[in-house]
Design a protein around this ligand. Sequence first.
Ligand code: GLU
Length: 394
Amino acid sequence: MEARTHTSTAMTGRLAGFRRVVVKVGSSLLVDPAAGLRRDWLGALCDDLASLAAAGADVLVVSSGAIALGRKVLDLPRGPLKLEESQAAAAVGQIALSRAWAEALAERGHAAGQILLTLGDTEERRRYLNARATILNLLRLHAVPIVNENDTVATTEIRYGDNDRLAARVATMVSADLLLLLSDVDGLYSAPPADDPDAVFIPQVPRITPEIVAMASGAGSDLSRGGMATKVEAAKIATGAGATMVIASGHEPGPIRRVDGGARSTWFSAVASPLAARKAWIGGTLETRGAITIDEGARRALAAGKSLLPAGVTAVEGRFQRGDTVAIRDSDGHTLGVGLIAYDDTDARRITGRRSAEIEALLGYAGRSEMIHRDDMALGQAGETAGPGEKDTG
Ligand code: GLU
């Protein structure tokens, strides 16, 4: 099979060097309204994903198509669906969608893990942390997370509605360095090309200016909810959190390889590295919920870039939840920085000064070995202005 020869060849072009990649697949690519799921297209895409993984990248997919597949199975009329119809269509279609991904990835040696998210899972701190932990565990186990909005329970007020912004949220959640939106258009134009023959293609967007936002008017099609406007919204979220974002056409088989080889696509530049953006955002937290005092050994470990372990903590102040921002102080009371704490204040007090190996016995569950992970910490920057983009997630 021609496509299978691609499987082990790494990306060597424009996509070389990205280490965590979120690929968003639009409904109109995956589902033919008359014939249903495009299996050959999906197979070729999974060849591309396997190539990315073979090159050492973590790969995540945000896949639309549940509603489109379900409405075909249920034989619903064309045109906009009522909310309850989309919910039912999604319930039916998501099964088929997950199965197709699981089978296509298994043929290429990868496990797939289904993640269904609602708006609250990405915007509410504790749920955000849980969703993030599961996704990161899947990546650690070399499984490919297949993410979609949980359309069966999402209602009008509490839903993304489009997978472009959901994909951008997922990218910021896992500190991805690349978000690739595969869609039925090949990128951003100065005006909608269908309406304006003089529309100019924009290959590179170093910064999202009001002019760029103005170019991206117009809605989606019958099948896909996102138009160019939601893609530029997604770009604001993703680039602000340190990811490069690319819009490319997914029509031809093997679209990721094509982008790697220089196919026409619009590239939105990241404003910082994902980790720097995350740290800037943490450091920008104005309101801390508590404070952790640490001993001299821990202070030195933190200065050397290590995580904060319970053993190095001498005191805990305040009332806080897991994931809240706390100040980190040395034994003289100087604030060294801030961090997102992995325990609520009750549990933090219980494990203060204890070895990480004792956590399970002390708390009755196997918590994190770090009180504050180094990626969740910003030293010497307390009170700085927040980084753009990710401010309202945790
Ligand atoms: N979550 C929707 C689905 O799977 C698609 C949303 C979109 O097209 O952006 O059917």
